[in-house]
Design a protein around this ligand. Structure first.
Ligand code: AMP
Ligand code: MG
Length: 389
């Protein structure tokens, strides 16, 4: 049995970087920028007025100016502002030649085409200098997940399309004679396939393109059919059948059907019967069937793999630290990912940690990470956790 860290290293070795594609800015939210992009212009492209007021060359309280024209956003004033002259100006308009400051309209009184400065003026010229936001050639750098702020900036840079990492295509295959899809009517011996749905959501959130394949039954022909249907994907994720029981099709049959296995079994709780390898051109991860195990392995293993495929830095799912609000008993030999609640006083692990309890997982905000053979931890001590909300 290998450690979680060793399993992650082996997973990264199995992971291929995917190619890139170009998408419109309207489709770029949540995508990973694959190459640096550069501003096509300065912003603002000219000295620009930050306020509504009057553009003048220099002003102090009591000065009188004659208004010789107007500059509005999108409509520059083409003349020159001389001594004793002012141009009526609005926010976003180019500052006319000769003007060095904007006197805001609240600070003048106007009569006909004459204005008088009535207030004590501040140091602020109310001019946004050309290139003050960014200059032509300034970069937005690759390897970041684009969000609304990046998109606003790149739009301002006049970059209408961006190169992004292709979304990893992921096939999700539940295995089990006992499973039916949500919405179907189960017989007395059946339960609903839940993990594939949860993992589908997780994969979407990560920027992957998941495909839910039909449930594979616990026999060779059915598993073979499902694996054939997965042709063309980047990653195959199977769920269940990963232990060593008679009916555990993935563990028993996947190697026979063509999977080259890199590892099987990881020293962790929940999630021990995890396997990974390659199946044809795809990477393959076999997750345990117990619902919480599958979801925890999704957070701990599948998420870092998807990030690596997208060209984001390889590494374990980011952890944070918080104090314990209650004592924890010593941990056994396997790394333990304990479902916990975040309270005002810190983390509280749930009493029930059975790997079948989705209701507890759903109440949890965090997975406390207990190292192998961790000693008992007292209330008030700081521990590592993975946020899962
Ligand atoms: P297995 O690894 O196939 O032995 O499954 C372990 C446990 O997880 C069994 O109780 C299965 O019924 C359950 N299980 C397996 N796959 C799923 C699934 N997709 N959704 C919900 N429960 C599952
Ligand atoms: Mg099964």
């Amino acid at each position: 049995m290998i450690s979680v860290a060793e399993a992650l290293d082996q997973l990264f070795e199995l992971t291929d970087l995917l190619g890139t594609e170009t998408v419109s800015l309207l489709e770029a939210n949540g995508r990973v920028l694959a190459e640096d992009v550069h501003a096509n212009r300065d912003q603002p492209p000219f000295d620009s007025s930050a306020m509504d007021g009057y553009a003048v060359s220099a002003a102090k309280t009591g000065d009188v100016f004659r208004v010789i024209g107007e500059a509005a956003a999108g409509h520059r004033f083409n003349g020159i502002v001389g001594q004793g002259e002012a141009v009526r100006i609005f926010t976003g308009a180019p500052v006319p030649d000769g003007a060095t400051q904007i006197v805001i309209q609240e600070d003048v009184s106007r009569s006909g085409d004459q204005i008088t400065v009535t207030a004590e003026l501040s140091e602020n010229t109310h001019i946004r200098p050309s290139g003050g936001d960014f200059r032509a050639g300034d970069a937005v750098t690759a390897g970041r997940i684009l969000g609304p702020n990046d998109i606003a900036l790149m739009a301002s840079m006049n970059i209408p399309q961006v190169p992004v990492a292709r979304r990893p295509k992921v096939a999700l295959i539940s295995t089990g004679d006992e499973l039916v899809m949500p919405g179907e009517v189960p017989n007395d011996d059946q339960i609903i396939a839940s993990n594939t749905m949860g993992l589908h959501a997780l994969l979407r959130d990560l920027g992957a393109e998941p495909r839910l394949l039909p449930i594979a039954r616990d026999n060779e022909a059915s598993l073979r059919t499902a694996l054939e249907m997965a042709a063309g994907v980047d990653l195959i994720v199977t769920i269940g059948g990963a232990s060593v029981g008679d009916h555990d099709v993935v563990a028993n049959l996947a190697p026979k059907l063509g999977m080259t296995q890199s590892f099987y079994k990881v020293a962790m709780r929940p999630g021990k019967p995890l396997m990974a390898g390659r199946f044809g051109k795809a990477m393959m991860i076999g997750l345990p069937g117990n619902p919480v195990s599958a979801m925890v392995c999704g957070h701990v293993f599948v998420a870092p793999v998807i990030r690596a495929m997208l060209g984001l830095p390889t590494g374990a799912t980011p952890r944070r630290r918080a104090v314990l609000a209650e004592d924890l008993p010593p941990n056994g030999p396997r790394e333990h990912y304990m479902r916990a609640r975040m309270t005002e006083d810190g983390l509280v692990a749930f009493g029930a940690q059975d790997s079948s309890l989705l209701s507890i997982l759903n109440e949890a905000d965090a997975l406390i990470v207990r190292p192998s053979k961790d000693e008992a931890r007292a209330k008030g001590i700081s521990v590592e956790y993975i946020p899962i909300r």
